[in-house]
Design a protein around this ligand. Sequence first.
Ligand SMILES: Cc1cc2nc3c(=O)[nH]c(=O)nc-3n(C[C@H](O)[C@H](O)[C@H](O)COP(=O)(O)OP(=O)(O)OC[C@H]3O[C@@H](n4cnc5c(N)ncnc54)[C@H](O)[C@@H]3O)c2cc1C
Length: 443
Amino acid sequence: MTLALRLAQQGKRVTLFESAPSLGGLASAWKLGDVVWDRHYHVTLLSDAYLRSLLKELGLESEIEWVQTRTGFYTNSQHYSMSNALEFLRFPPLNLIDKFRLGATILYASRLKDWKQLEKVSASEWLQRWSGEHTFSAIWLPLLRAKLGENYRKASAAFIWAIIARMYAARRAGMKKEMFGYVPGGYATVLDRLGTLLAKENVTVRLAEPAKRIEADSKGGVLVTLENGRREGFDQVVCTFASPLVARMCPSLLPGEVDRLQGFEYQGIICASLLLRKQLSPYYITNITDSGLPFTALIDMSALVNRKHLGNNGLVYLPKYIPSNSPDFELSDDVIQGQFLQGLSRMYPQFDRQDLLTFRVSRVRYLLPIPTIGYSERLPAVTTSVPGVHILNSTQIVNGTLNVNETIQLAEKAAARFAFLPPIAGEELTADESQEANRQPVA
Ligand SMILES: Cc1cc2nc3c(=O)[nH]c(=O)nc-3n(C[C@H](O)[C@H](O)[C@H](O)COP(=O)(O)OP(=O)(O)OC[C@H]3O[C@@H](n4cnc5c(N)ncnc54)[C@H](O)[C@@H]3O)c2cc1C
């Protein structure tokens, strides 16, 4: 959406095809009973300069509510607060030496500027070296597994570095406090404003129109075939979806490009949203180090968001990160609900199922490209060998984590790069004529 906006502001005619019935992708909103909130938990950090700048343009930056949140750990069937240095020192699962090494690891990572050297070593090897065997198996390993499953073995130390660097940047910007922000109304408000701005800039938004095939045509343009069979021609096409899908949808890419795009291994996610009668946890995030729970963390959005924005209810997210080819994607909503509620009762024996108002399940196969050893050497080029076909997606985030700020940054930089494309002048053409003549950039 950011890319479409910038290209339109450059004077180009832009069409945005979105396969879903609403805008926003991973950051889209949905309904939980009467409450509209994000399909996946989202926070903004004080250091999210690109996102905050876009929100400023949308007139929303000054509306952000910044909150100091708390972090919890669920370890050995106990809940611990890990929200400040004192609580860290009291944390029973680690002895004093472990704690010192853990603190030193985080501090060292936060000061390291040369992330590229960390790409050469695996996250587990690096963490064991710096934090020691016990802290690795008690803390780091469960956290790595929570996000990457068994794929943690493939992740480089740059993955950990990027997470620590993001949190440290946020703390620096927030005067040492962990401040998280949200726009009242959540991403529904942001997307609504952005959608309005796209319309004002004459971006044509085509919802529920998945693209199926993207190829060069004989006249130097690009032909897009939609799932519904329609074919439309454009000057340039930017694919902003997952790399393996780009490989599948662009048959004229070179074999080397296809291999590279298919070579990215993705983590997916099953993420349940639970609207509850009341707030469940005092912590925004509870990291889970115990094994055997069906989800990999617990996020209580109502510990961050003023409950007046949530119809005075509680809102909990239960994510389960799994490989993109996991059979768990086939589990029905009912099975997931049964498993997750059982896990929740284990963590919170006082949890009363009568308090559950709504349970919705989101499934995403291609969420997070695993930052493997030497990852930045294998990035897909923005401009492909197929004339007029470009790629812009999260596999191109090299020294950061997956978040909206990084995504917008990619779009802003690419838009500057695409500025050389000439604006289209001329008359409006019919849909049939468009295939021949109305070539326009498309995000
Ligand atoms: C559980 C979770 C928690 C997160 N937490 C945070 C957070 O706290 N803070 C933060 O900043 N970020 C967070 N993020 C990350 C953030 O949502 C992403 O960085 C961002 O939304 C990525 O945007 P994108 O446009 O690159 O990709 P996407 O959002 O994946 O957009 C790709 C779009 O392409 C569409 N599409 C796919 N195939 C086709 C096709 N064939 N034709 C047409 N359209 C197609 C999809 O429907 C989708 O809308 C979180 C994400 C998740 C899942």
